[in-house]
Design a protein around this ligand. Structure first.
Ligand SMILES: [Zn+2]
Length: 194
């Protein structure tokens, strides 16, 4: 199994200097380490996961998000019993296949919907902020709230990723005329009664 930390480190409960550095820099978190331990302990029972390449394990918005290399998803999903156990221990499981580009993460999260566009801007501190614009008519097809999308995508990519629906700003502007229309409707509906 390939993990975000060395297998030896996990087994010996001690991080080597290079893994410790990854942890200190925030490239991985303690959860990666804990989850790797949990997963390694299951390899005896589920030997097929020995072929898995896990890039990251994240705990976001009550979900377990696993970033795996190609074919990792099918490999995990074919181990039904393991997936059940994982769901019970960590919450709903979302598996994203790397390599970890913003595009692949967004695609995975909003599938089968497609984003309208992505705007990226560099902040003065040279970090990048991304805004993913979604079609408002896709709202019912996307299983995550905007806040969940932000948390999962930002954690997966390691950059700030915001999501917004295209029509949202328009709708508030349209309110006055909607109210007007409604009034007109009730007015015209009342007419025949008189
Ligand atoms: Zn290590």
């Amino acid at each position: 199994m390939r993990l975000p930390v060395c297998v030896f480190d996990v087994e010996s409960d001690m991080l080597c200097p290079s893994c410790q550095e990854k942890l200190d820099k925030g490239e991985i978190t303690q959860f990666d380490v804990d989850f790797c331990k949990w997963l390694l302990e299951r390899q005896k029972q589920f030997p097929a996961i020995g072929d898995l390449s896990l890039l990251r394990a994240l705990r976001v918005a009550d979900r377990l998000v696993l970033i795996v290399k190609k074919k990792g998803r099918d490999l995990l999903l074919s181990e039904k019993e393991l997936m059940d156990e994982m769901g019970k221990a960590f919450g709903r499981v979302l598996i994203i296949e790397g390599p970890l580009s913003l595009r692949s993460v967004v695609k995975e999260l909003i599938h089968p919907a497609v984003e309208l566009g992505v705007n990226s801007l560099f902040l003065p501190d040279r970090t990048r902020e991304n805004i993913v614009v979604l079609r408002s008519e896709d709202k019912s097809r996307i299983p995550y709230s905007l806040e969940e999308l932000r948390l999962i995508a930002s954690a997966a990519v390691g950059e700030s990723v915001l999501f917004q629906y295209q029509e949202e700003t328009k709708k508030t502007e349209e309110k006055p005329s909607d109210v007007f229309e409604e009034r007109m409707k009730s007015f015209t509906q009342k007419q025949p009664k008189r």
